[in-house]
Design a protein. Structure first.
Lengths: 346, 346
DNA sequence: CTTGATAATGTTACCGATAACATATAGGCA
DNA sequence: TGCCTATATGTTATCGGTAACATTATCAAG
């Protein structure tokens, strides 16, 4: 609606009767400009409807002002929590978060990382520790802090904030065993795509073996994301193949919910006829009926810690390069033993 | 790891024995460069580990290459679907999507829009039609296409892709009435923050009045996002105040799920003692037990249509400025009449 | 063998802010 | 008062691409 050309800093400077440089300083904090001048410049900028052109600013300063993050899925409460934690942790530094999702595909992750790099982010957070060779090279050569989150890669690229997915799986396995189960299954996805899920599966099956149980009851040929639909379908196949199964761990709470309700629709009682456990501590696991036993991976904290690491690294402070978080088993009614002592958990 | 300075286009040009301009052309498609030259330049770029600096490119060309979108919540299947549809629709044009979330707060939306504007997006999509005065001004003066989504604002800023939230509410009201209910409640949130939810409520209560029913049974003093926890808490308050309520609409499927399970925990049967309906056609509504009656707002299509509008607008094609989508009632078992004819829906 | 049209490449100027350095002004203290 | 330091402001050069225009190479047709 203004004449045609967007106002520039020079326009504001002219109107306020100062040099463009003073305008530049006035519009950012922590710089020495008289309050009166700053006020006058602000008024001039408002009058002209001027907003700084970050494109030009970051070109000139060499700093883009944002952090890039890849997540497997945009619609996942866990990854959303991590993104939120990261956003919050970066806020004070004036860094913004640029999100991209890979759809659980490391080739897509490579594409995304390359696109991010073109924009010269000040740091990069990737979910997971599995990458294409070229993606590893891109990240290594990026020249900015790189954080791998949600995982404990054997060969970290740079920095890591994660937890042991294998241990999370093992905790569930031991819990189910303690509840008296000996015929225990696992429902998950194509491990090549969801490596964190595959790690949970590995830890789970390992623990079963250690306990002397069979680790054969596995349905894992579905493509991530493994959600309610997949959980329901997989449960049917699990029970068809191993009808005497009494307990099952699912790779996520969503699939656990799908599996649980599929079991109930088949006329089974949960937990009496089938115990069900998930992963991720979604709201759903708390409000489902019965409540679903799960593992809390502290998704939000992962984001906060990643932010802390990035801010410290950019400030040049020495930091630890790896932060390992604990996971916490949350036992709920879906895995209560027959003579339950935790019935009140519902 | 390279000596110190990032390679520039000039470095690539020197190595390939051409001018920088030819490098620029070679690295983007749809430009006239001999295949041999392009190959040579690509090789030189790879050799140097060169990636185009989009910061510089967009500064120079004046085109940032991305579209900005605000959504109320990052972890919401509906908005995620819209974002996905938008991403897909923009892909062919090489436009990327920059997402920001407002936490259902129009002051935060204003902050976000201002931050976006600094980055000179080529188009802006905002969720909803309620904005601060200043935000309206910023959007109007942005000089780029603006799409308001998920709503039908009385005074659109520019373009609109939405549906009638009021009509969605009314459809649920009529459906519950047809199922034989006369004591019908509504559970929602603080309308000042979630105006789309408020519109659904308005349409719902209006329809009740038209049907000659009381529109007093309302619990709506919670802050968005209204999720399972809030749904459960609100149901308790609803039943405490109006114990003879036989049906309730919730502002979203999540809150409907929370309310439904809270009712079941109280010993009620759904749908026999209480019918429950939601909104949004989440997976959850399909896989819950019983399945939850809901309204499909075609979230993904909203994104696709917004993308189409933006692409057309940027290409200078004449377009309609408003696209109104239909909503579809999905009746499930949670609202089945006692002598149900749709019992098979489960 | 020209000529003319088209494709391929080169030249020049510039986008809008900021870093780095230079200078002016204000205020404290001997 | 005069000097010195700290704070406020101005000047100049520059970041790395691309638009717009200019030029050269290529090739088919007459």
């Amino acid at each position: 609606m203004s004449d045609h050309r967007k106002p520039t800093m020079a326009d504001v400077a002219r109107l306020a009767g100062v040099s463009p440089m003073t305008v530049s300083r006035a519009l950012k904090s922590g710089t020495s400009v008289t309050e009166a001048t700053r006020e006058r410049i602000r008024a001039a900028a408002d009058h002209l409807g001027y907003v700084v052109d970050i494109t030009a600013a970051s070109f000139s300063s060499g700093r883009s002002g944002f952090v890039a993050m890849t997540i497997p899925s945009i619609n996942n409460a866990n990854f959303a929590d991590t993104a939120r934690g990261l956003t919050e942790g970066l806020q004070d530094s004036g860094l913004e978060l640029l999100l991209g999702y890979t759809d659980y595909d490391i080739a897509e992750e490579e594409r995304l990382v390359e696109a991010f790099l073109r924009r010269r982010p000040e740091a990069i957070v990737v979910t997971g520790g599995a990458h294409t060779e070229r993606c590893r090279a891109l990240l290594s050569g990026a020249g900015v802090p790189v954080v791998e989150a949600w995982d404990l890669p054997a060969q970290p690229i740079d920095r890591v904030v994660g937890f042991s997915n294998a241990e999370a799986g093992a905790q569930i396995a031991r819990h189910l065993f303690e509840q008296g189960h000996h015929h225990i299954g696992f429902i998950g996805g194509n491990g090549a795509r969801d490596t964190r899920g595959a790690d949970r599966q590995r830890g789970f099956l390992n623990a079963l073996r250690v306990l002397g149980l069979s680790d054969a009851r596995v349905v894992t040929d579905l493509d991530p994301p493994i959600t309610m639909r997949e959980g329901a379908a997989a449960l049917a196949r699990l029970l068809d193949q191993w009808p005497d199964t009494t307990a099952v761990m699912c790779v996520s709470d969503l699939s656990a919910f799908g599996a649980m309700n599929a079991a109930i629709r088949r006329g089974m009682r949960v937990p009496e006829d089938l115990a069900v456990a998930g992963f991720g501590a979604y709201d759903l696991s708390e409000y489902a009926l019965p409540g679903i036993t799960t593992v809390d991976a502290q998704a939000h904290l992962i984001g906060v810690e990643a932010a802390r690491m990035i801010v410290d690294a950019l400030a040049g402070h020495p930091t630890h390069r790896t932060k390992i978080l604990d996971v916490e088993l949350m036992a709920r009614h879906s895995t209560a033993a027959r003579q339950s002592t935790i019935g009140e958990l519902q």
